[in-house]
Structure formats: C-alpha cells, structure tokens
Design a protein around this ligand. Structure first.
Ligand SMILES: [Zn+2]
Length: 82
C-alpha cells in the first residue's frame, strides 16, 4: 500500500509540473512573436503575457534566431526617432 501511494504521488507531481512550463509550437511562437517583442521592449512582463514563449525560445534555435532579429529590428526602428 505504501508503494502504491508513492507511485501515485510521482504521477500527480508529474501532472502538476507539466502545465507549469507550457511550451508553444513553432507556429504559435511565430504568431505571438511580434506581440512578445513589443511587450519585452516596452518593459512589460512579456513572459506572463505569452506563457511558454521563453521556454520555446530556449529550446528552439530557429525561433530564437527569429526573436533576436525581430527584436533588433524593432529596437532600431524605435531609436530612429520617428
Ligand atoms: Zn520554434
């Protein structure tokens, strides 16, 4: 009986940990990237607004590259004095 409850507990723990670190697909990441970068540069909590984005960028080199390029572009536009 104690063995079984130990196993149940690890199953529950796995389920609890799962949604805590949601991760986007590349398509979802691409759809949210503009908004994410705008929030990031405005000093807002971009990670709270777009959950899973940071986790995806950390694990996906292609999207991380897109994110860096877009952020550099937006930063350049923002500082060009328009
Ligand atoms: Zn990706």
């Amino acid at each position: 009986m104690s063995d079984m409850s130990k196993r149940d507990r690890s199953e529950i723990l796995k389920r609890l940990l799962g949604p805590a670190e949601p991760e986007l697909s590349c398509d979802e990441c691409f759809e949210q990237l503009d908004r994410y970068v705008e929030l990031e540069l405005s000093g807002a909590d971009a990670d709270a607004a777009v959950p899973g984005m940071r986790a995806h960028l950390a694990g996906c080199a292609a999207c991380d590259h897109d994110h860096r390029s877009l952020r550099a572009l937006v930063e350049t536009e923002a500082s060009s004095g328009q």
